[in-house]
Ligand binder design. Structure first.
Ligand code: PEP
Ligand code: CO
Length: 462
């Protein structure tokens, strides 16, 4: 009988999408706002405020990501686990930009590939939590969900989900974005300025000779090309930075989802490159529903519990047209699990003829808690997962096209190990993160150099 089959196929056809259609789906990790009218008022205001990015920037990033998936570029995506409203300051923003810029130059030079730079900033204000509430000394309060939702202090007032924070988050993102754009346009990334090459850190590194040689070689190449051209090369004064964040609080994302003249469809104009976190990637959930309808390039974080079948279905829903640059898959398995967990997923995508951009996040599968309940990550495990990622992709015939890191331009002591071999005792010295531990300035640059080394070794062994 044909009829039941027809009904079955009709019922699985995607329903009409709208920026608010996610509201009819199961919603994970959303704040509980006590006052619906207060929320409505904030959202009405937010939906009238100007966007943070433009559709043409979004579409040009999509083209760059397509090239990264095709092996012609490498993606460097990094920044804080969570930005905070208090950290929206000039030195923190410029130091973060500087470390990303230096890492990207190490990668460009070593990989001989252009690098796409994407910050986890200008909107990375919301966090998924493993529990909805937290109990201290017999007092239970809602969990801290990032500055977009509530505040970290352990008081009832601080932990209240406050809709006004959505407006403040938009404003802080705009300030960050404005400063980043001004720095980039004003020649902050000008390679002619040697002060951007802070060499202090290499004194502690076993990689110091390599690093110095690389800095020298970049300077020489630049001078050589300028001699050929007979003038300073303007294109070396400007680089592009794109923004990304976990699009977690869907009311916020919806209010910044807009239509623009001369383009079909809807764009999330709060960021260039939103991603779905591991805890909100359920196929029938609100986040997947929201993401399927926007035209931005999008990413999904995938952990060791994702099955090949789930991944196939996610890819079909989120990228039914198989559009180049649309879908990035960020795997975050953990150093000890990547060898088993990743190959079946690579095989599944390959078998279905898909070529997503594969990116390794070597941070989130390697978080551990040491004495006094401090959350940390070991540099060796971060490095180990990245090394394995290159090997696993090489064995599968797929390509690792980028890295996703939690880092800061400050000299914090949150991750152990690295050139200075930070120990558990060092963690107390400069641990600033409210959430996950970040690589500090030196550890970040060191990791960039190790990526280059690993890729070089792999190519030499072929
Ligand atoms: C994060 O990127 O900060 C995060 C929470 O990651 P994941 O969703 O992969 O756990
Ligand atoms: Co994190």
């Amino acid at each position: 009988m044909a009829a039941p089959e027809r009904i079955a196929s009709l019922s699985t056809a995607p329903a009409e999408w709208s920026p608010s259609s996610w509201q009819a789906c199961p919603q994970a990790q959303q704040p509980a706002y006590a006052d619906a009218t207060e929320l409505e008022r904030a959202l009405a205001q937010l939906s009238q405020l100007p966007p943070l990015v433009t559709s043409w920037e979004i579409l040009s990033l999509k083209r760059l990501l397509a090239e990264a998936a095709a092996g012609e570029r490498f993606l460097l995506q990094g920044g804080d686990c969570a930005e905070s409203f208090d950290d929206c300051s000039s030195p923190l923003i410029s130091n973060r930009l500087k470390v990303m810029l230096q890492m990207s130059l190490v990668l460009v030079h070593g990989l001989k590939l252009p690098v796409v730079r994407v910050g986890r900033f200008a909107g990375q204000y919301a966090k998924p939590r493993s529990a909805d509430s937290e109990t201290r000394d017999g007092v239970t309060l809602p969990s801290y969900r990032g500055d977009l939702v509530n505040a970290a202090a352990f008081t009832a007032e601080a932990r209240r989900a406050d809709p006004q924070r959505l407006i403040r988050g938009h404003a802080r993102s705009a300030m960050t974005m404005n400063f980043v754009r001004a720095l980039v346009d004003g020649g902050f990334a000008d390679l002619h300025h040697p002060e951007y090459w802070d060499l202090g850190w290499v004194k502690h590194s076993p990689l110091q000779d390599e690093y110095r040689a690389m800095v020298e070689s970049i300077g020489n190449s630049l001078r050589f090309m300028e001699t050929l051209a007979g003038e300073p090369l303007g294109s070396f004064q400007r680089v592009d930075f794109y923004t990304s964040h976990e699009a977690l609080v869907l009311h916020y994302e919806q209010a910044l989802t807009r239509q623009v003249p001369r383009q079909a469809g809807w764009f999330n104009l709060s960021t260039h490159f939103p991603w779905i976190g591991m805890r909100t990637a359920a196929i029938d959930g609100a986040h997947v529903e929201y993401f399927r309808g926007i035209r931005n390039p999008i990413a999904v974080k995938i952990g060791p519990s994702v099955t090949p079948d789930q991944l196939r279905r996610l890819a079909d829903v989120l990228d039914p047209e198989r559009e180049p640059g649309r879908l990035t898959l960020i795997h975050r398995m953990g150093a000890t699990r990547i060898g088993d967990a990743l190959p079946p997923l690579l095989a599944a995508m390959k078998a279905s003829g898909r070529t997503p951009l594969w990116v390794c996040d070597p941070m989130h599968g390697n978080t551990e808690t040491v004495g006094n309940g401090v959350k940390t990550r070991r540099f060796e495990n971060i490095r180990g997962e990245l090394d394995s990622a290159f090997d696993v992709h090489a064995a599968a015939g797929t390509r690792l096209g980028g890295v996703h890191l939690e880092l800061t331009g400050e000299n914090v002591t949150e991750c152990m190990g690295g050139a200075r071999d930070l120990t558990e005792t060092d963690l107390a010295r400069a641990y600033k993160s409210q959430v996950d531990p970040r690589l500090n300035y030196e550890q970040s640059l060191e990791l960039a150099m190790l990526i280059v080394r690993k890729r070089g070794a792999l190519q030499a062994s072929r």
